[in-house]
Design a protein around this ligand. Structure first.
Ligand code: NAD
Length: 910
């Protein structure tokens, strides 16, 4: 079965109240009042047929597999390029495959139906399976013309194929005539219109019935087989009269939409067809006729599949999303029909480099960035190096489409000084969920509606027009979603399986209840022992919580195993798998206390606490991790404590165990990264059995566990991108804690041993946290110790000894050589500097002397490989050696420790 498999529409948000046209121009053209009812849709200043087609196509592709599309047709009489395939831009903006056919259908109002018919016949022929047909028009008229009232801007898109067909294509009949009711000469802006009567009486009234009669005869059907009749016609009365002539009763006829948007040119038959599909029931017959130099008539039968189509804006949603204006001058300005002075700032050159446009087409036209294969961080633009400071891996970026990723406003401004067709120019930083951000122009919004945190949707828009060269440049802008913050979906755990250890009371109980409330199936584990872990346990705490969850309509199962044993851990995970099939979330929460000052801390008390907290974490996590790894998904939360992070008198056992969990997390986050397993650690403070004798009673009252649950649930949620982080939570206060490493100082190149006196003399720097940062893993840390930060750039410009090129630097090396620092050193460096300014140099240091020669040596002690530009930056002090190394810009082979000598032996710019 061949037919329509999906639809989408786009009517611009702005509508012009037609009375505004009359009010401005009625003195000149009073007759236009006759058609001044309702409002017409109008493009924003950054919209045209192409941007509207992209918007409609995105709506149409909701829930559809883009890779399956093997053709894209764009139908319009107002395409931005006469010779540059517009459908090719559409395809690139949508990130469709490259091995597909693209074509523009144009120069007739019939282009929309002809494009659709061609797609259907190609699909019938079997050479292509899924073809996207988008149609759009933005037609211009001179001011105060009837057609200015009748026309509207808009777009429609249909997907044609043989799978999940919502309206089966039954057949078509076309008549083609060189009938001219209007025309637009090549290169002209406006249509030349013949008399309306000519169009009414010789055009619409003759060709539509002729095509429909031909179709009915061909298919052997009558108007009784049709439930929806779709054909555009500018004139309301004529529309009715033609329907009557065709034998269609009024309830079958789809409104021609004059009051709500006006006629959208080549797109209009398809816009009206979508309006019909939105109302259609399975079994309905739809007759579609598209007029223009003859007429295409098509017949469809709606299928059951229409009830399964994913929700989308369509015509209905597009019409609802509107802002009506009565500012006719704005309408004229947005369309370039008047030319107010834009100021000299608007004269900036706008030439587009076609080389850049081609090379960066995915980024500029398709809004494609990168996503790190190793840590999952998304970034825009895509680069060689992962931006996550804890990863920084090189060449790990896969293409990642940002257009449909949820995003929010991070910062914004309204700029009255910047050149804008619709001041103030509103722009700001947009932050995408899961990573990635960029400075975007905002559109379809008023400054007063913008708020930090407000969700935005990305829209493909015109960024500029280069009138001199006839070029339109496109990029993506952000559309703030007014009121969307309130409507944002809540965090849910439907279909997720969670294990919460120690969930019979206190914090664990609250986590379990909240997870279940939001759809998770929960394993409620609790051994049920005393506060210090003594006793043989009890099933009642876990049972009580399970009963509570079930009473509230949730799903849960109880487990009474002891986390302190490996068998206990295995059994807890086994229950989750047996009852619910998997484990998605694990909260290691079970805990006991055995506080004693250190000398009283006997091995029994020490071991008991480590067994529950640290070993308990290991015992449950190991089998759970195996299940998560297999399924490629996991969220793990460890529970630490302020006592571990910062220390607490009488809790050496507890502090050690709690900090042990942080170390456990630090490594597990690395091992879990590529399986989408994220591990974080929480340090809670809350009223519970553990704290009842520690907190003053009024404080105890206020510190309810509910205050902590929110952050734990967030850390367990699908879209939480964090992994390897520590958070504090208490009574509504939340913060991140981290292990920082200072910039430090290198006192040795690894050959001489620094003395205690040297340590003392450099203590200030060693002990300083100036320039401290977090380090993502031990390897990065070790490398950073071996390649300390480069000296600060010399503001006098003398860095690099005044040399501006790589060759110059090697020429100056003997001058920069510090003979005193070289005493006893015997080392040969091979430098391989790539790039146009690069080359090979050998730098030999022996007996306090330095020899620099161009070329290669067979047995260097250490080989340094860098690009020329990076090398210049390194020498100038603007590139940090450690960062250059960890990001892959600096490669060291041979004796890595000796590379540190370079900074000590050669003092450029000093
Ligand atoms: P709680 O005593 O109310 O709850 C802990 C639960 O763990 C109890 O129901 C207990 O039966 C269970 N449990 C103990 N040993 C177990 C074992 N071996 N196997 C299975 N279950 C076991 O205490 P809470 O305050 O809710 O503590 C929860 C976690 O939060 C603990 O890890 C604790 O160390 C940590 N924590 C709490 C606070 C706080 O202010 N409450 C502060 C820092 C850390």
């Amino acid at each position: 079965m061949i037919g329509i498999t999906s639809y989408g529409a786009y009517i611009p948000r702005l509508r012009l109240d037609r009375m505004a046209i009359f009010q401005a121009m009625g003195w000149f053209a009073p007759a236009i009042v006759m058609v001044a009812q309702g409002e017409r849709s109008m493009c924003n200043h950054d919209e045209d047929s192409l941007t509207m087609a992209v918007a409609a196509a995105r709506d149409c592709l909701t829930g559809k597999e883009k890779k399956a599309i093997d053709g894209a047709y764009l139908c319009s009489t107002t395409l931005p390029f006469a010779d540059r395939q517009n459908a090719g831009i559409l395809k690139t903006a949508l990130n469709l495959r490259d091995d597909m056919i693209t074509a523009d259908f144009t120069s007739s109002l019939r282009a929309g139906t002809t494009g659709l018919l061609t797609a259907l016949e190609v699909a019938q022929g079997g050479s292509r399976k899924n073809i996207l047909v988008a149609a759009a028009d933005k037609r211009e008229t001179r001011p105060a013309f009837f057609y200015e009232m009748w026309f509207g801007d808009g777009a429609a898109a249909l997907l044609v194929g043989d799978q999940q067909v919502i309206a089966e294509f039954k057949g078509a009949y076309t008549v083609s005539y060189d009938f001219v009711d209007h025309y637009r000469g090549a290169g002209k802006r406006y249509d030349y219109m013949w008399e309306e009567r000519w169009l009414r009486e010789e055009g619409y009234s003759k060709f539509i019935p002729e095509a429909v009669d031909g179709l009915f005869k061909k298919l052997g059907i009558t108007m009784n087989d049709v439930q929806k009749v779709v054909f555009p016609c500018l004139f309301k009365a004529e529309h009715k009269a033609i329907a009557k002539k065709l034998g269609a009763t009024p309830e079958k006829v789809i409104d021609q939409m004059h009051e709500v948007c006006g006629e959208t040119g080549a797109a209009h038959p398809l816009v009206m067809l979508i309006a019909a599909l939105e109302q259609a029931k399975p079994g309905d017959g739809i007759l579609l006729a598209g007029f223009g130099q003859g007429c295409d008539a098509l017949y469809f039968k709606v299928t059951e599949q229409i009830t399964k189509l994913a929700p989308r804006a369509g015509v209905k949603g597009s019409l609802e999303n509107k802002k009506t204006i009565d500012n006719y001058m704005k309408f004229l300005k947005f369309r370039g029909l008047i030319e107010p002075e834009m100021g000299i700032r608007a004269e900036a050159p706008t030439q587009t480099a076609m080389t850049v446009l081609w090379r960066k087409r995915k980024m500029l036209t398709g809004l494609v960035g990168g996503k790190c294969r190793d840590c999952g961080t998304a970034q825009f633009p895509k680069m060689d190096i992962c931006v996550n400071p804890k990863c920084n891996h090189v060449n790990t970026q896969d293409d990642y489409e940002f257009a449909d990723v949820p995003a929010r406003i991070k910062t914004f401004t309204g700029d009255l000084l910047a050149v804008s067709v619709d001041p103030p120019a509103t722009y700001g930083m947009v932050q995408f969920e899961g990573g990635g951000r960029f400075m975007a122009d905002f559109t379809d919004c008023e400054l007063a509606d913008c708020k930090v945190g407000l969700p935005v949707k990305m829209a493909f828009r015109r960024r500029f027009t280069d009138d001199e060269r006839g070029f339109s440049g496109y990029f993506w802008k952000a559309v703030p979603q007014r009121g969307a913050a309130a409507a944002l979906p809540e965090i849910r755990f439907d279909g997720r399986v969670a294990i919460v250890t120690g969930a019979g009371a206190g914090l664990g109980r609250t986590y379990a209840l909240e997870l279940a409330k939001r759809g998770a199936k929960v394993v409620v584990n609790d051994f049920g022992g005393a506060r210090d872990g003594a006793g043989t346990g009890s099933s009642s705490p876990a049972d009580r919580v399970v009963a509570e969850i079930r009473a509230a309509g949730g799903e849960a199962v109880a487990n009474y195993d002891n986390v302190a044993t490996p068998e206990g851990g295995e059994k807890i995970v086994k229950i989750a798998v047996e009852f619910f099939g998997k484990v998605d979330i694990l909260i290691n929460n079970a805990g006991i206390l055995r506080d004693k000052s250190f000398l009283k801390m006997d091995p029994e008390n020490w071991n008991a606490v480590l067994a529950v907290h640290l070993n308990g974490g290991y015992n449950v996590t190991r089998p759970a991790f195996a299940v998560m790894r297999e399924k490629g998904y996991g969220r793990i939360v460890m529970t630490t404590s302020a006592a571990g992070l910062y220390g607490n008198f009488g809790q050496t056992n507890y502090s050690a165990a709690k900090m042990g969990l942080v170390g456990f997390m630090n490594t597990l986050k690395l091992e879990g990264a590529k399986y989408n397993i994220r591990v974080n650690t929480l340090a809670p403070v809350a009223a519970s059995r553990l704290t009842e004798d520690v907190m003053p009673p009024d404080m105890f009252e206020r510190m309810q566990p509910d205050f902590v649950a929110g952050i734990v649930l967030y850390l367990c949620s699908e879209n939480c991108a964090e992994s390897g982080d520590i958070f504090n939570a208490a009574a509504g206060f939340y913060s991140r804690a981290a292990i920082l490493t200072g910039a430090g100082e290198a006192l040795s190149d690894g050959t001489s041993i620094p003395t205690p006196e040297e340590i003392r003399d450099h203590w200030e720097k060693i002990n300083s946290l100036d320039g401290a940062r977090e380090i993502g893993d031990a390897n990065t840390a070790i490398i950073s110790f071996m390649t300390p930060p480069a000296p600060k750039a010399d503001s006098s410009g003398a860095a690099g000894g005044g040399a501006a090129d790589v060759k110059g630097i090697f020429a100056k090396m003997p001058e920069a050589f510090d003979a005193a620092a070289a005493a006893g050193k015997n080392v040969v460096f091979q430098f391989s500097i790539s790039g146009p300014g690069g080359g090979d140099w050998v730098v030999a240091v022996k007996d306090g002397a330095c020899k620099v020669e161009a070329g290669k040596t067979e047995k260097p002690t250490t080989t340094i490989k860098m690009a020329d530009a990076d090398f210049l930056q390194l020498i100038a002090g603007t590139l940090d050696g450690m960062q250059a190394y960890s990001s892959g810009k600096l490669k060291v082979e041979g004796d890595i420790m000796k590379s540190q000598l370079i900074a000590r032996l050669f003092k450029f710019g000093k």
